[in-house]
Write a protein that binds this ligand. Sequence first.
Ligand SMILES: O=C(O)CCC(=O)C(=O)O
Length: 250
Amino acid sequence: MKDKNVIKEDFQKDGYVFLPGFLSEYEVEKIRQNFNRVIDEIVPTMPSNLVMYEDKENPSTLKQLIDIHAYDPFFEDILTNSKFKDLAELFLEERVIGKTLEYFNKPPLVGKPTPPHQDGYYFMLNPSVAITMWMALEPADDENGCVKYVKGSHAKGMRLHGRTKILGFSQEITDFGTDDDMANEVSFPANPGDLLVHHSLTIHRADGNTSISRSRKALGLIYFGESAKEDVKAKVAYQKKLQEERFSES
Ligand SMILES: O=C(O)CCC(=O)C(=O)O
């Protein structure tokens, strides 16, 4: 891995950093095995709003699990007592709180796109001192929906978001696709153990999975800096907007 300070500078300049081979194949295999165990044994006990399928009737289309750390000690340790947490503290330059550990999959053919968004829009923090990590558990590329970032977008403020119909990603940037977005978008094909880290204002998205047989499984981690405060006004406005959107859809 590159020097820590160089990585931090890249993160601050671009709004993301790509760290190939952050975990070894052995470490990744342990995580994969524990996800399989959680899917078999813990998921049936989790609240349904934390477990998402592309098709509810078909368990092989599991696409997302949220807050796994709250239900399983192995993953609690990964979130709160790990190289990931140390890296979050290095980048945010303060102590951090592990907010959630997630599982992302795009099942073959049915895995939907991840709409362009900024995580900070969901977090509603002021200041938006937070970081997201995404680690491939199997190869990800343009065919099965690797992550794409808009370089430097974290320094250009929060964009307007509006409702989507994508389960797990209810909000997207409404005017995404400007010349600036397209000129600065970078795709990140990744191998198991490769880590992507992004700032809470970095615009990112992923295409759907068009491969006929390859899934696209990944580990997600979110950390808030200790100085980040919930923006109560923004949260109230967001809840009101969601209610209005739901009302106009019904
Ligand atoms: O897995 C994906 O496609 C995107 C995940 C994401 O948006 C995130 O980790 O913030």
